[in-house]
Design a protein. Sequence first.
Length: 308
Amino acid sequence: MNKRVAVIGAGTIGASWAACFLARGCEVAAYDPAPNGEAFARRFIDNAWPTLQTLGWVAAGADKSRIAFCKTPGEAAKGAQFVQESGPEREDAKLDLFEQIGAAAPADSVIASSSSGLLISRISAKCKNPERCVIGHPFNPPHLIPLVEVVGGDKTSAAAIDAAMAFYRAIGKHPIHIKKEVTGHVANRLQAALWREAIHLVMEGVVSVADADAAIAYGPGLRWALMGPHLTFHLAGGEGGMKHFMSHLAAGPVQSWMDDLGTPRMTADVQKTITEGVLAEAGARSIADLAKWRDRKLIDILKVSAAP
């Protein structure tokens, strides 16, 4: 793919995006205000490149050196056919970035935000030609996780949605179209719903933090790596599929589970209990150690899940 892509914000998410774009043959213009922003991003890309090669995700002719760092967001966005903004998760910061990007990027470019929960209608309010603005929310790390949530705002055109979906597919992602703006989009809301119940069960003394994690990692999480909850329960229905599952289990047992779910609040006591439990579970493993372990396992999972 021979596209010029702008990466605005080259921290953990932006640098991961840059690695992905470069691996697919794009030329990248990047901006990050941090004094060590360029050094961090280049180091991240160097570290990610062997993994992308192992997965077979580096296109013929792709070159990780095809990235240039610019002094302003506008300079990076100039001439870009696609812009991926990954700045701070604050509405005021993104409003300012979108205004600068919109003034410099070509009118027919798509401007996407990596925001994990903000609404594109609000953060693009000052952007020139807001009809080209979308949420393009990845999952960390973007160079490995295929999912991208694409969300339009009240002024986003259908053409921009289509263009964003096509671009993400072209770079090997699995984009899904979120048809309506909601805080947190979809995947994070699903994560939050599960974590809420895990916290509730811990605080009720039902299970430890480590065992709550194990209940997912060694159980449904293995299935969820291949299929979501609806298809999982379709299989649980046996030969009758989802129809059988609904008629025999949904209105009875499953509804009773749903009715009994908790609604914990993130009080100081809850935060302390969960934090102490996580630190005990992690043991001597540092954040860097855990991230390396996670990425090694993700590579194995991706090799399997990508197979027919």
